[in-house]
Design a protein around this ligand. Sequence first.
Ligand code: G1P
Ligand code: ZN
Length: 543
Amino acid sequence: MLTQTVQTTPIAGQKPGTSGLRKKTAVFQEPNFLENYVQSTFDGIGGVTGKTLVLGGDGRFFNDTAIQIILRMAAANGAAKCIVGQGGLLSTPAASHLIRLKQADGGLILSASHNPGGPDADFGLKYNGPNGGPAPEAVTDAIFERTKAIKHYKICAADDVDLATIGHQTLGEMAVEIVDPVSDYAALMQTIVDFDKIGALFAGGFTMCFDAMHAVTGPYAHAILEDMLGAPKGTVINGTPSPDFGKGHPDPNPTWAKMLMNKMYAPDAPDFGAASDGDGDRNMIVGRGAYVTPSDSLALLTAHAHLAPGYRDGLAGVARSMPTSRAVDRVAESLGIGCFETPTGWKFFGNLLDAGKVTLCGEESAGTGSDHVREKDGLWAVLLWLNILAETQKSVSALMADLWAAHGRCYYARFDYEAVDSEKANAVIDGLRSKLPMLAGAMIGEQQVQMADEFSYVDPVDRSRSDGQGIRIVFEGGARAVFRLSGTGTQGATIRLYLEQLETRHDRLSEDPQKVLANVHDAVLGLSDLAAITGRTAPDVIT
Ligand code: G1P
Ligand code: ZN
């Protein structure tokens, strides 16, 4: 096998964000771009000599080509072994599990998550460490430094690896094992939720629609829901991964999972609906005529997790990202367990999970997870919901009504202003930051500010500090607004505005969220000057 050292020039400004590096596919396809970034990753993690890596992606356009390049580079860099999902497929949670199960040194996950795929859409690459979770900031910083200094990369000349056939191969000196992407993950799920109980639920006529959105969870959902749990064929829709996700936007929210939403709000709606995103780490839950916000889903799962075998002994604690609603805080308090508030991005949960401080965690952006892996896990959340539905024999809407009656309801919405000019987006945040000192106790519209700050976080485990994690404005009476800039966009900047209003009056628990949130919305929009600065009068997406 011929190993080549190719001279190259540094790639400017390729800073991996909370979810690795995301770019337009065409950028990843530029000569040497992927190679540069992969070599920078290998260098940034201290080399891959003698290491075992897990490799797989969500099947989007360029997935298989990129895998072949990474395999040739891993071999040239002296890796001992690569474990690859058949067909180049691995959901993000399944990759996290494989890294842990096989005690690999890390893994590379090819995905731009919920962003569209295709030649004109997005691609991404993320490195996860030996705990199965996204690399901590020190590692992503080291990778970033290498992208600025890199002078050459190593690759070997070899035929393509056969990704279709399960079994063992070699690439030069390096072992390559092609594994079934689903079976180890399914076996893990059997240790967490009660497959017999859920099977009996389906056998009793319970109906469900799972929308895989033409993305990676299709094969997982077909195998687990239909083949193992006995849900009727057709329960899983859009279940074959396609390189451009059927030209869709594989983001499981009411805007993009329209097909599922229409089914769930039709007169003959199934009992339960769910969807997952491009790489299978996000989830959306919807009952018959009853959409469940991700923040509420986290609270519900926290309240009832003990009904599943994996959590029978209760939860050590829970964590949520700062913009996620405070619904879970109220449940945690009633259970007498700790509740941590972290910056946005899954990597902040990793230390808490590793240290055994939390068992469940989640984000408002449709990510929920537990200590079974070190990523959020879409299908796991769906299975835990099914276990709870099977045990309680209640409908989704009845479960939610009970939760709100017991803890109050946190009405919630997120407004996204996308592809905003970066300078203008920064001006909005800078403007708010400059107003913070004057806000405590001030009246904004009809609302009195209780507390306003810019969120920063000191990791309770490794004491690392993360500043500038979003502007939060908390009002007397249970309202809260958060402004932050997205770290995952690929075009300009995205301003996210998160709104929340707690309601505890029992006769006010079934209102229209947008109406309930109108007050706080108008108050903070005015304060932010967002419309004047950006020229945007309406958000692009509301979730
Ligand atoms: C978004 C979500 C965040 C999630 C991340 C990766 O990041 O808001 O919760 O962890 O995607 O899936 P953002 O674009 O807001 O930085
Ligand atoms: Zn994702």
